[in-house]
Design a binder for this molecule. Structure first.
Ligand SMILES: Cc1cc2nc3c(=O)[nH]c(=O)nc-3n(C[C@H](O)[C@H](O)[C@H](O)COP(=O)(O)OP(=O)(O)OC[C@H]3O[C@@H](n4cnc5c(N)ncnc54)[C@H](O)[C@@H]3O)c2cc1C
Length: 425
């Protein structure tokens, strides 16, 4: 079916990371044309495993239409199991049930997810989606009738609205905030770990992934990347440095030295084999930055979403999921969009205001929950301190977890359905 493209806005999307191509596909499904600008010449195959929780999966299924491909490429999970360190072993104390309304979560490598999103965009090559690589946005001009993206090489691209899906260092955000730019803030702890073959790791036969370990030395998250590989990550409180110098921290051997200092003494499996098989060549480092709360997310014709608006550290696996929820809500609002006054810029502005009003409280709630989760993740120096922490964690799952498996329900986070909320424009 050919959908009428007439009287629909032309949307410029800056960024072909995760939110950009997802938004382009969701809009194309509604007959809305977009041009996606990406500064790199090709997709960058970087990044580790991403958790696609049910709240994100709903958007990728209903609005983007790639659920079966995700299932084929990633690893479906129903719960995140929690373990604590006992004497000489890890003991399962319960878990978080993540399946929600029959929608199941998934772990997948970020590059695989990104490529599936970009492949989906290719299917709208009837003029609905144009992806332009090597197109770095340099500045934005907005006037009463249109918005213009000016690229670094001077090329000008005109559209009705411009959406910044340009990540944590967003230039679109800078345009929106004008004189008062807000800088991303380092979360205070760097994520260290590696990707290993399953046969390199002594996984207990009964251990399901993803699994999360609380130990005296800190915490570890272990998840499946695909059928043959797993990724593990811990966080270490390393002082802030310039956002672009973390690579030097890794290459100089400081990252592996830190990992060894934190975990080299641990003999419990699978931790010992995870650490033993991680070295200066395969160690992965990711320094999460967080966006402070922005005073506004939009102007008359531009708006930010995803990490550009609200980057959240990955501790609850909700960073990318919040970007996908944004995509679900904004694409619905834009598909309902009808010019209501002689000034279309005013109408777009009210659509963006509604988007911000719908999304801001939800993102703030996830941000607070993430901060709370992070505060319990450090190492515990004294025996008494560990005894208390261990007892509290076990007790919480026994008291609040349903049934003998002690599963807590994460419905408040994973139950969100961007398709079900009221978006009357
Ligand atoms: C390299 C990398 C690795 C990551 N690894 C993990 C991980 O292991 N686990 C996890 O949970 N989360 C990870 N994340 C975070 C997670 O991917 C984000 O939360 C999620 O991608 C948010 O999507 P986004 O589209 O808002 O931003 P991003 O995915 O960051 O995409 C932004 C895009 O905008 C482009 N861009 C930026 N500026 C311009 C410009 N001026 N002109 C044109 N294009 C521009 C960038 O090149 C990029 O492609 C990673 C992010 C990155 C960038």
């Amino acid at each position: 079916m050919t959908l009428a493209l007439v009287a629909r806005p032309h949307v410029i999307i800056v960024g072909a990371g995760l939110a950009g191509p997802a938004l382009a596909s969701a809009l194309a499904g509604q007959g809305i044309r977009s041009t996606v600008l990406e500064r790199h010449s090709t997709p960058q195959n970087i990044g580790g495993v991403i958790l696609v929780a049910p709240n994100a999966m709903r958007v990728l299924d209903k609005q983007v239409g790639i659920e079966p491909r995700l299932r084929a490429a990633g690893c479906t999970y129903d719960a995140i199991d929690i373990y604590t360190e006992g004497s000489g072993s890890l003991n399962r104390v319960g878990g978080f049930m993540t399946t929600n309304g029959n929608v199941r979560g998934l772990t997948i490598a970020r590059p695989v997810l990104q490529n599936l999103l970009l492949d989906r965009c290719q299917e709208y090559d009837d003029g609905r989606i144009t992806i332009r690589y090597s197109s770095r946005l340099a500045r934005i001009q907005e006037d009463k009738d249109a918005v213009t993206a000016v690229l670094e090489d001077g090329t000008e691209i005109k559209g009705d609205i411009l959406i910044g899906a340009d990540g944590i260092g967003s230039l679109v955000r800078q345009h929106i905030l004008g004189e008062t730019p807000v800088q991303p803030k380092y979360s205070g702890a760097v994520s260290l770990g590696s990707v290993l073959r399953r046969d390199q790791v002594q996984l207990p036969a009964t251990m399901q992934l993803p699994a999360f370990f609380y130990t005296r030395s800190g915490t570890i998250l272990l998840f499946a990347m695909d059928d043959d590989t797993i990724q593990w990550a811990t966080t270490s409180p390393v002082p802030d440095r310039d956002r672009h110098s973390w690579q030097a921290y890794r290459e100089s051997g400081q990252a592996i030295a830190q990992l060894q200092a934190d975990w080299g003494h641990v003999t419990i499996e699978p931790i010992a084999s995870l650490v033993r098989n991680t070295n200066n060549e395969n160690i992965r480092l990711w320094a999460p930055y967080e966006m402070p709360v922005l005073p506004r997310w939009h102007t008359a014709r531009t708006c930010v979403l995803g990490d550009a608006a609200h980057a959240i550290p990955p501790s609850m696996g909700q960073g990318a999921a919040q970007a996908f929820e944004d995509v679900g809500v904004l694409s619905r609002l834009l598909s309902e969009y009808k010019p209501t006054s002689t000034s279309t810029s005013t109408s777009f502005e009210s659509t963006f205001a509604q988007f911000e009003a719908l999304r801001r409280p939800r993102v703030d709630m996830i941000r607070k929950m993430t901060a709370k989760a992070e505060s319990s993740r450090g190492a515990t120096s004294s025996n008494l301190g560990w005894y208390v922490k261990n007892t509290v964690i076990r007790g919480a799952f026994m008291m609040f977890g349903k049934g003998k498996e002690c599963y807590m329900n994460g419905g408040e986070v994973t139950g969100y359905d961007a398709n079900a909320i009221d978006v009357q424009v």
